[in-house]
Design a protein around this ligand. Structure first.
Ligand code: IMP
Length: 176
């Protein structure tokens, strides 16, 4: 059990379990994108740690670029997306893998996928470490998912609560 500010969190997914799953995702991407030019578009801030481990576990000619959006304040989604760093790379003709830490309502990936598809890429797929199927309201397929989890707030391995906990190498779930 750990405490961040006023909240308690308990161990949910250990670092070993995370790495095992990330390596499996990397192997799947290596197979699916064999012979293709891939660009990972990483959603900051939360997905930076996942993206780093995932990229190391793929064996592909690939590049990486970042976008920064946010929709969460504390433990609540605001249903409003704020874009603070836009896409700086030309993705036309490229196979894009959009890398998220977690897909909750799906507002963020839905918004980004629409935006990317207008830029003439060869394809766009979504890869998220975590997915909350009960909270999902989107229509896009989340093709690559590490773990499907219940609709509870989680922190660690890049994910934060109030800007804290991103450095934890285990994923913790909100308790009380
Ligand atoms: P969505 O737009 O509702 O799918 O939310 C996606 C974004 O909300 C993620 O990129 C995270 O930044 C944040 N988020 C959603 N659920 C959690 C959570 O359980 N812990 C930490 N951040 C979360």
């Amino acid at each position: 059990m750990i405490r961040i500010d006023d909240k308690h969190f308990e161990t949910f997914i250990t670092h070993d379990e995370i790495l095992k799953e990330v390596n499996a995702l990397g192997a799947t991407l290596t197979q699916d994108y064999s012979g293709k030019e891939v660009v990972f578009v990483v959603v900051l801030n939360g997905a930076f740690m996942f993206a780093s481990d995932l990229m190391k576990s793929t064996d592909l000619p690939c590049d990486i670029t970042f976008v920064k959006v946010s929709s969460y304040e504390g433990m609540e989604t605001t249903n409003k997306i704020t874009e603070s760093i836009g896409l700086s790379m030309d993705i036309s003709g490229k196979h894009v893998v959009l890398i998220e830490d977690i897909v909750d309502t799906g507002n963020t990936v839905g918004y980004l996928k629409d935006l990317l598809e207008k830029l003439d890429p060869a394809s766009v797929e979504i890869c998220s470490l975590l997915f909350k199927p009960e909270a999902y309201k989107g229509s896009s397929e989340i093709k690559y998912v590490g773990f499907s989890i219940p609709d509870a707030f989680v922190v660690g391995y890049g994910l934060d609560y109030n800007g804290k906990g991103r450095n934890l190498n285990t994923i913790y779930q909100f308790k009380n």
